[in-house]
Design a protein around this ligand. Structure first.
Ligand SMILES: [Zn+2]
Ligand SMILES: [Zn+2]
Length: 237
């Protein structure tokens, strides 16, 4: 799973305790029990929101059938539940940027297991972060994951084709109805998106408002196909 990453390097960066339960471990960031409790999402899932769809032949859940989306497909890897919540919090807000190796490894392993390759895409990009926000956070966590996925699939990582033009309120602070309003027109894409098949990476799929707004900006500039890859999605209520 961690091809190309030396064990010594890994051990230097990772503590010898499990981030989730605190038990002693020899390597990695989760003990085998906590690692085993990560909830991976398996098909059949809704093409737009990754909810389980059972044997429904349309491939869409009842909530998505009457809606329109600017992307062609969502691929979400895990359910946003513990111990993943703890890891994502450390990764996004506590400067544990090296968790990108573990988290992108989870994405790659699950894509391979479910027979999905991103090699058919022209490039990978990430949900952009406004420069002021990135200055405060020091890095765009989604871009860190996107770069490692691009390396793995040997396709270009192009984070310059889309940018956040308006500093918006954090989506986490808003209710569902306000989330769509908040991200409308927030993103702008560049001409380089034209005719490209693009995979956009984000950490969490919640309502899909942010990712759909990014996809709409890329489509407006002529992107042909948009696949959305998120590390996880919020659990089905
Ligand atoms: Zn543990
Ligand atoms: Zn759906």
């Amino acid at each position: 799973m961690f091809k190309g990453l030396g064990k010594a390097f890994w051990n230097t960066f990772f503590p010898s305790v499990c981030f989730s339960c605190g038990c002693k471990i020899k390597e990695g960031c989760l003990c085998p029990a906590c690692c085993g409790s990560l909830k991976f999402l398996y098909p059949p899932l809704c093409r737009f929101c990754a909810k389980p769809v059972g044997d429904n032949k349309s491939g869409l859940c009842s909530g998505c059938r009457s809606k329109t989306f600017s992307y062609e497909r969502l691929i979400s890897i895990l359910s946003y539940e513990e111990p993943l919540i703890t890891l994502i919090h450390l990764f996004k807000y506590k400067m544990h940027d090296y968790l990108k190796f573990f988290l992108s490894g989870l994405i790659v392993a699950h894509l391979e297991k479910t027979g999905i390759s991103l090699k058919t895409h022209d490039c990978i990009t990430a949900v952009p972060m406004h420069p002021l926000k990135q200055k405060a956070r020091e890095y765009n966590h989604s871009a860190l994951l996107g770069k490692l996925l691009a390396n793995h699939f040997q396709i270009p990582f192009q984070d310059d084709i889309i940018y956040e033009a308006k500093l918006k309120t954090s989506q986490a602070a808003l209710d569902k109805s306000k989330r769509y309003e908040n991200v409308q027109e927030a993103f702008k894409a560049k001409e380089a998106a034209r005719d490209k098949k693009i995979a956009i990476v984000d950490d969490i799929f919640t309502t899909g408002a942010t990712i759909n707004s990014c996809a709409a900006a890329l489509k407006e500039k002529g992107a042909s196909i948009i696949t959305v890859i998120t590390l996880c999605k919020t659990p089905v209520q």
